[in-house]
Ligand binder design. Sequence first.
Ligand SMILES: Nc1ncnc2c1ncn2[C@@H]1O[C@H](COP(=O)(O)OP(=O)(O)OP(=O)(O)O)[C@@H](O)[C@H]1O
Ligand SMILES: [Mg+2]
Length: 143
Amino acid sequence: MSGLKKSFHINARDFIRAGEASINVQNILKSMNFDPKLIRRVAMGGYEGEMNAVMHGGDGVPSIEIDEDKLILEISDDGQGIDDIEMAMQAGFSTAEDEHREMGFGAGMGLPNMEKNADEITVESEKGQGTRVRMVFYREQGG
Ligand SMILES: Nc1ncnc2c1ncn2[C@@H]1O[C@H](COP(=O)(O)OP(=O)(O)OP(=O)(O)O)[C@@H](O)[C@H]1O
Ligand SMILES: [Mg+2]
């Protein structure tokens, strides 16, 4: 079961369908009998990343890659990019707008939670070009 990769699409500002890609990822991992704890961590990372693309970023492509020893979850979007990645990674930092806060977002906890959940995380961003978040989850930790 190594080397399988599946990609999805998310649309900027589409709050109706937001979250679907992470549910798809979750279902794929469930059908492959991954450990529920590992699935929860991956789904959580996927959801936060997906919401960030929808809310702050642009059109995006989440993908899951299943390797022999690890799962690689990547969310890239073609949005405005992150001004200061170090600051964005800090708990509580958020540029969410009022309309997002009314929907319950904007605690500034998405990226810190992704960092806590994943075994490895890389955030790359270019002003005006987009953002790419890559999370790695080791399979053996999930059993
Ligand atoms: N894909 C992205 N494109 C542009 N900016 C982003 C992106 N992801 C995160 N950011 C920036 O980093 C900040 C912190 O993100 P984080 O997910 O931690 O918090 P949040 O989305 O503001 O709130 P929460 O996730 O708790 O609802 C965002 O407010 C935004 O400024
Ligand atoms: Mg967020």
